[in-house]
Design a protein around this ligand. Structure first.
Ligand code: MG
Ligand code: MG
Length: 266
C-alpha cells in the first residue's frame, strides 16, 4: 500500500526530519574519542524529547534504544553501548523522530580523527552515492533508477559492497512504508515514482564485500569480512523536476568541520 502525501503532510514530515537533522548536528558537536555511544544515545534522546518529539526507533519491534549507532564493521541497527570510542573509529548514527503524527528519518556517518584515507574515501563515496540516488528520485522515473545510480557508482566505480539485505523505504505515519528502495537494481524497473511519494534513501556501503551477518544481540548487522561500512540517509519527497530533500546535512557538516575530533577533509 502506497500512501501519497499532501503538501501539508509533507511539511509535517519535514518538521520531523529537520528535528532529526538538528539531533545529528548535536551529535556532530558531541563526538570525540573517550566517550561511549551510550552517552551519545542518551544525549540524542533528551534532545528529541526536549523538542516535543519521541524517538521513532525506541521500542520499534523491541529495539531498546533511541538511536542506532553502528561503529566500524557494524553496518546498521547497532546498539549504543559503553565501549569508549577511539581515534579512527567510524560511527554511523541513524535517528528517527516522531511528532504531529509523522516520522522523520535520517542517518550520517562520522569518522573520528586519525581515520585512514580508505575510511575517508568510503564516507565520501557513500554520501555522494546518496545524492546520485536522490537525483533520480523524480516523477516518471522508477525505483530501480535510484537503486541503479547508487550501485553503479559505489560498486562499479569503487569496488565497494552494496548491502542487499537492507533497503530504503517509504516514510510517513509509519516509520517503514512501501515501497522498498534497494541500493542495487536495474534501471527502468520497479514502481513508477509519483509526486507526493515520500521515501528514505539510504545507501549502506561496505569497504569490502557486500556480505553481512546478524550479531548475537539480534539487531546489529555487521560485515562478514570485518571491514568498515558507511550509511547516509535522507528522507525526500518526489517532485516533478527535482526531489525535495526533507532532512538536511548543512548543520551536521558545519559542526563536523568545527569539531577537531572529527575528520571533515574528505
Ligand atoms: Mg534511518
Ligand atoms: Mg530509514
Amino acid at each position: 500500500m502506497i500512501y501519497y502525501k499532501t503538501r501539508e503532510e509533507i511539511e509535517l514530515i519535514r518538521k520531523s526530519c529537520l528535528l532529526v537533522s538538528a539531533t545529528l548536528a548535536e551529535v556532530a558537536k558531541f563526538l570525540k574519542p573517550g566517550i561511549s555511544t551510550l552517552e551519545v544515545d542518551t544525549m540524542a534522546e533528551k534532545f528529541i524529547r526536549d523538542h516535543g518529539a519521541t524517538p521513532s526507533f525506541k521500542n520499534y519491534r523491541g529495539f531498546p534504544f533511541a538511536c542506532c549507532i553502528s561503529t566500524n564493521d557494524a553496518v546498521v541497527h547497532g546498539f549504543p553501548n559503553q565501549v569508549l570510542l577511539k581515534e579512527g573509529d567510524v560511527v554511523s548514527v541513524d535517528v528517527g523522530a516522531y511528532m504531529n503524527g509523522f516520522h522523520g528519518d535520517s542517518a550520517y556517518t562520522f569518522a573520528l580523527r586519525q581515520a585512514s584515507p580508505d575510511v575517508k574515501q568510503l564516507l565520501k563515496v557513500t554520501k555522494e552515492s546518496l545524492y546520485k540516488g536522490i537525483e533520480k528520485a523524480i516523477a516518471g522515473n522508477r525505483v530501480g533508477d535510484i537503486s541503479f545510480a547508487i550501485q553503479e557508482y559505489t560498486e562499479k566505480q569503487f569496488g565497494y559492497g552494496v548491502v542487499r539485505e537492507l533497503v530504503g523505504h517509504g516514510l510517513g505515519r509509519h516509520l517503514h512504508e512501501d515501497p522498498q528502495v534497494p541500493n542495487y537494481g536495474r534501471r527502468g524497473t520497479g514502481m513508477k515514482l509519483r509526486e507526493g511519494l515520500v521515501i528514505a534513501i539510504e545507501p549502506m556501503i561496505n569497504m569490502g564485500s557486500k556480505d553481512v551477518y546478524h550479531d548475537d544481540d539480534g539487531w546489529t548487522v555487521r560485515t562478514k569480512d570485518g571491514k568498515a561500512s558507511a550509511h547516509f540517509e535522507h528522507s525526500i519527497s518526489v517532485q516533478r523536476s527535482k526531489a525535495d530533500i526533507l532532512s538536511s546535512f548543512a548543520e551536521i557538516e558545519k559542526n563536523e568541520k568545527a569539531n577537531p575530533n572529527l575528520e571533515s577533509d574528505y
